[in-house]
Design a protein around this ligand. Structure first.
Ligand SMILES: *Cc1c(COP(=O)(O)O)cnc(C)c1O
Length: 465
């Protein structure tokens, strides 16, 4: 694909289907092909050199979740009368996550939640709920929202889809955190919600949630805490004694929290939770069509039909891992992250950004850090690329906690720093969420749109055999 990476490595190896096969293919044949592709692709992260993405990276764990998924993969969570299991799974996932976020301290309202298809889904639902609640209770029909520049693009998507004016507040370049006063200054009487992250995606740092909570209470607006990334690991980091400022329902003013079960919850991809301090805010986002000829229609979130399989697998991940499992994984992840950060600190040319925990970002004031990414890529490392300023991050996950990874990082980073110091051409790598391909053209939006189309239209783009 545009020389960045080969988007169609299978076109020569396997049949390309442009139409349905005239006769269904033998399932053994198809499954054999899939197993081969999965084996090839798993090799990219199994050695622990890939940032984020494979949070458990544990095939035995995945096998258990897949079995749970398989038992309910065909069942529809919309049909609760014949699938009451969905109610057990969903209710207990929400209860366990509310407990983790200390909803028990809330006494003046009824905390509640929802399981969604991912972090973006949780954020969309929370922003929609704040919009609807403010419309009903404050009469706001032209809503606005305030977010730190580091908050996830899902908030930009929410503002776009739901018609909120988005106000973005810059973060401190050294601490990478938002200034609560600057957030307060951006609030006016159209504002329905402000945002803080625990931690944010670029730097893994935790916004000053207690101060933001005060701001929210003073101005009578909601505060969404994006714990998509940190929700299932920071509570255990806190328990282990790491300095993690409070970010959950213990903080007055926090009205909603997103926490991804498909990240450090170690669940299968496609599941997340969104939690509400007050059930009334969640209920404000319900969507009902009572007068449809097809029946009185009601679905709690964005989706209609949903697989009970994902609910079952998510529930299974939570209950088989347990507090002891999450704590043990968090311990090794925090320890590994701190060893990897020491390696970065040992290079005076590199600079860690802010005060990181399980995810750390680094840059250089001496050379373009993407030269380091270029060199590290040669030795199998895959970081996430950041911009303004250019930086790299590593979200430390269970695969990094294997023996040997820290040592490999030490050797390969030393080589990469030496390489970066001698470069006088621009680096090949660049900042694209989720990966570090290279060679961005000046018109970035056009380029990215073309790249997405290349992927989605693969069958038209792959040359005919
Ligand atoms: C991953 C992430 C999201 C969005 O999650 P998706 O599951 O990719 O939709 C939101 N916020 C933060 C901080 C994240 O790391």
């Amino acid at each position: 694909m545009r020389d960045l990476f080969d988007a169609y490595p299978y076109q020569d190896r396997y049949a390309v289907h442009r139409t349905l096969p005239d006769r269904g293919r033998a399932s053994d044949d198809v499954l054999g092909e899939l197993a081969e592709m999965a084996r090839i692709e798993d090799a990219a992260w199994e050695e622990g050199q890939c940032s984020g993405t494979m949070y458990a990276g544990d095939h035995a764990h995945y096998t258990v979740l897949n079995e749970a998924f398989g038992l309910f993969s065909h069942s529809n969570a919309l049909q609760r009368d014949i699938c009451p299991s969905a109610t057990r799974f969903e209710g207990e996932i929400i209860a366990m996550t509310l407990d983790l976020m200390h909803a028990s301290v809330v006494t003046d309202s009824s905390p509640a939640g929802m399981v969604t298809g991912g972090g973006t889904g949780s954020i969309l639902q929370a922003i929609l709920a704040h919009r609807e609640y403010a419309r009903a209770t404050r009469g706001i029909d032209r809503p606005s929202m305030v977010r730190p520049a580091t908050a996830h693009p899902a908030f930009v998507k929410a503002a776009h889809l739901f018609g909120l004016e988005l106000r973005t507040v810059p973060v401190d370049p050294v601490t990478t955190l938002v200034d609560p006063q600057a957030v307060a200054d951006a609030i006016d009487d159209t504002t329905v919600v402000i945002v803080g992250s625990a931690g944010n995606y670029p730097y893994g740092t935790i916004d000053p949630i207690e101060d933001l909570g005060q701001v929210a209470l003073e101005h009578g607006v909601g505060l969404h805490v994006d714990a998509c990334l940190g929700g299932f690991i920071l509570p255990f980091g806190e328990e282990l004694g790491y300095p993690i400022p409070p970010f959950d329902f213990r903080v007055p003013g926090v009205s909603t929290i997103s926490a991804d079960t498909h990240k450090y919850g170690y669940g299968l991809k496609g599941s997340s939770t969104v939690l509400f301090r007050d059930k009334a805010v969640r209920n404000a986002s319900y969507f009902l069509v009572p007068d449809w000829p097809g029946g009185k229609y009601f679905s709690p979130g964005m989706e209609g039909s949903r697989s009970v399989g994902l609910l079952a697998a998510t529930w299974t991940s939570l209950v088989t891992t347990g507090r002891d499992g999450y704590l043990a994984h968090a311990r090794r992840i925090f320890e590994t992250s701190s060893l990897l950060q020491d390696v970065v600190r040992s290079h005076p040319e590199l600079r860690l950004m802010g005060d990181p925990t399980f995810l750390f970002a680094f840059t250089s004031d001496e050379f373009d850090i993407y030269h380091v990414a270029d060199s590290m890529k040669e030795t199998g490392w895959r970081f996430n690329g950041l911009q303004y300023p250019n930086a790299l991050h590593m979200a430390v996950t269970r695969p990094q906690t294997q023996p040997g990874v820290v040592e490999r990082f030490r050797t390969d980073l030393a080589r990469a720093v030496e390489y970066a110091k001698t470069q006088d051409q621009p680096p090949a790598s660049a900042a694209i969420y989720g990966g570090v391909p290279g060679g961005l053209t000046p018109d970035v939006s056009e380029f990215i749109a073309a790249m997405m189309s290349d992927i989605l239209d693969a069958q038209q783009t792959v040359p005919p055999p």
